[in-house]
Design a protein around this ligand. Sequence first.
Ligand code: GAR
Length: 216
Amino acid sequence: MARLKVAVLISGSGTNLQALIDACAAPDFPAEITKVISNRPNAGGIARAERAGIAVQVIDHKTFADRRAFDAALDDALRASDIELVCLAGFMRLLTEEFVNRWHDRLINIPPSLLPSFKGLHAAGQAVAAGVRITGCTVHFVRAEMDSGPIIVQAAVPVKSSDTEESLQARIQRAEHLCYPQALKLIAEGRVQVAGEKASVKDDGFAEDNRLINPT
Ligand code: GAR
């Protein structure tokens, strides 16, 4: 069976990109990363893509007059490579409504929070400041409004009283590295349907008594 052709968009260190690369290395994984795009010429994730032999393109947002022109270049690059699904992995640019609509239900993101809580920058810091005992990460289809859209996979992550933004962010990221490949697999297998702005997962492995209580 043909594998789903995926592009990953990055701005930084690319640990989520690495998790996706590692998952796609399995011969029976239903998706393949055929392109990585970075909006920053010095993003650490570029080397990860090169090591994996994936075509990398830098589209530096600073060289464009405005957001629309940047997003148009992004769109052109994705179409030129026949990309079927776009994964934002630490891609720190807001996308225009036009771009988001063109990639409707073919564009996914992973913010470090249990949406709809703690949207925007410093989600782990927001969770520490709010004093929640549990936060997490979310993989969702992207809509024009920031950090919104049908939810595909979430993981709950406990917050320690002694946590700082950095220690919590590191714990959330370890959960992200499990969730992102799982979400990609579900989509590539055709098991995710969106209806009425809610996503449902066919044959989801659901454990009725699967609870995370913190503190234990
Ligand atoms: C990830 O933790 C991701 O959740 C976050 O950036 C980090 C990127 O790390 N994304 C956002 O905050 C998006 N608003 P990575 O480059 O090592 O994958």
